[in-house]
Design a protein around this ligand. Sequence first.
Ligand code: SF4
Length: 65
Amino acid sequence: MKIDVNWERCEGHGQCEAAAPDVFSLDDDGELHFAYDNRKIPEGEAMAARSAIGACPVAALREVQ
Ligand code: SF4
C-alpha cells in the first residue's frame, strides 16, 4: 500500500504518529514527516498505517494503490 498525504490539509494534530510511529512523526516544530512519501509502505506497517488514516481528524491521509 501507499499513502497520499494532503500536506495542505494536515494541521499537525499528530494522531497519525500515535497510531503509526514508524511511519509518521512530528518534529519539534509540529511539522509532519512521512517516512514513505511516494514509496510503498512495508506489509508490517500496513495495519498501523491504515489506523493512522482513520485517526486523522482532518482526513489528510488517503490510501492509494
Ligand atoms: S493526524 Fe492528520 S492532521 Fe494530524 S499530523 Fe497526521 S496527517 Fe496531519
